[in-house]
Design a protein around this ligand. Structure first.
Ligand code: SAJ
Length: 438
């Protein structure tokens, strides 16, 4: 059993640190955020993630998870800090990784292991992290182990996937990979694949780029289907009966701190070669504006609009890079009177472009409903309640969740992303829309 210092107690660091603690390691969790500190001191999960509260409570009660402001000496250090996109240059901002490395360097001892979990452009472990840690006077790969073990968990399923997913242990040397694999073996049930650090970095960004490009393809199909007047949802359902076709789900765009960001790391690595990756990003980034165009075709500003869903995807509380938020922002800029509604988001969340209200208040007297996130709560939306509250019976559904016939039977004009008004009336089968279950 080891002492493990985890730097960054966010979506990855907090559950990972807790898993290590429950596996019998002594974990020092480090996060400078007073909000995170306060929540954890009170024994509360600072994130809305299934089962996370149970895990945190168990980890804290085990006495093996401690929270600190600064790192302390340990056998292993895990860096799980954000690597946001620098908007002006579309490159990775490695500031948090560099700061973490500078904090670790003076604590390093011979035989330690340092693992970078954050997603980074290929080459970062070798060319950025190793030199900073080397300022300790110890030689990376000789005096201490250094590895990149990217997280691969899906928000909404973090706990299950942390344990079950196969993992990469990308070492600066084969011995580094071995040391990292041994560490994660304490709670990972999936396979742990040893490789080189830069390959592991490339694999991680390839995975998210693959998903981004595939969502972009689904979104482009939706735009084409609208142009030619057919229903993309029906077309995708039928195409996915082919044994080697699996078209993903169109929507108002791609958000979150990973898929909307990581492909740029590859564009940055080879700008002249990454044409497809860049084009996919542009298609996905263009979706919010398209949704607002569709809204404008239904009802003119300054009509009051109920925007259902603010998070970047269903059943999470995360609004980072959320396309729904972008749609709301664009609608505000167009002059609509926007009311937001999202059961997963707190009304006092900073940065919301409009007031966040409970469902009845958001719907009351609205001229249109804009459905942007397929939260379960919106699947179950009571059409009669909606009909009794709104004053304009219009719904624009960017996730294909409303029962079109039912809503039409209550007098609603139903618009669906990827289908024209004419094709919305056509029969639609249902067997492959829930991408989370693919
Ligand atoms: N989306 C669609 N249609 C789809 C699938 C997704 O519009 O068919 C949208 C979502 O609504 C959301 C965005 O894409 O806005 C991303 O959602 P997601 O569920 O695809 O992925 P994330 O960002 O929550 O998590 C991804 C995962 N990567 C892959 O599936 C390859 C996860 O395994 C990674 O660990 C995570 O990124 C990460 O942290 O890198």
């Amino acid at each position: 059993m080891s002492t493990i210092c985890v730097l960054g107690l966010g979506y990855i660091g907090l559950p990972t640190g807790s898993m290590f603690a429950l596996a019998g390691n002594d974990v020092i969790g480090v996060d400078p955020s007073p909000r995170v500190q306060k929540a954890l001191e009170a024994g509360l999960a600072s994130l809305d993630e299934p089962e996370l509260q149970t895990l945190i409570t168990a980890a804290i009660n085990s006495g093996r998870l401690k929270v600190r402001m600064r790192p302390e000496p340990a056998d292993a250090f895990i860096i799980a800090v954000p690597t946001p996109l620098e908007a002006a240059t579309s490159t990775a901002d490695l500031g948090y990784v560099e700061t973490a490395a500078r904090q670790i360097a003076p604590l390093l001892r011979r035989g330690n292991l340092v693992v970078l979990e954050s997603t980074v452009p290929p080459g970062t472990t070798r060319d950025v992290l190793a030199p900073i840690l080397g300022e300790s006077g110890l030689v990376p790969g000789v005096d201490f182990h250094l590895a990149h073990c990217p997280e691969r968990v899906l928000p909404g399923r973090i706990l299950v996937e942390l344990e079950q997913n196969d993992r990469l242990a990308g070492g600066l040397t084969p011995a580094c990979a071995e040391a990292a694999a041994e560490l994660y073996r304490s709670f990972v049930k999936g396979a742990i694949m040893r490789t080189d650090a830069t390959i592991a970095e490339l694999v991680k960004v390839m995975e998210n780029t693959y998903r981004d490009v595939n969502v972009a393809l689904a979104n482009e199909f939706a735009l084409i289907a609208e142009r030619i007047g057919v229903d993309v949802w029906e077309a995708i359902r039928l195409a996915n009966h082919h044994p080697r076709v699996n078209v993903l789900t169109p929507g108002p765009g791609v958000g979150g701190h990973c898929i909307a960001v990581d492909p740029w790391f590859l564009v940055g690595a080879a700008p002249d070669l990454a044409a497809l990756i860049r084009a996919a990003r542009q298609v996905n980034d263009g979706m919010p504006a398209h949704v607002v165009e569709r809204l404008t075709a239904m009802v003119a500003p300054p009509a009051p609009i109920a925007v259902l869903g603010v998070t970047y995807k269903a059943e999470v509380d995360d609004i980072r890079e959320s396309p729904a938020l972008r749609v709301a922002q664009l609608a505000v800029e167009r002059g609509y009177t926007v009311r937001l509604c999202d059961p997963h988001v707190r009304p006092d969340t900073p940065g919301l472009p409009a007031p966040l209200l409970a469902l009845p208040q958001a719907l009351r007297d609205a001229q249109a409903i804009l459905l942007l996130v397929d939260h379960r709560a919106f699947h179950d939306l009571d059409v009669d309640l909606a009909a009794s509250l709104v004053s304009g019976k219009r719904v624009l559904d960017a996730r294909n969740v409303v029962d079109r016939e039912l809503w039409q039977s209550r007098g609603f004009e139903v618009g669906v992303l990827g289908a024209t008004l004419a094709s919305v009336g056509a029969p639609v089968g249902r067997d492959s829309h829930e991408y989370l279950h693919l």
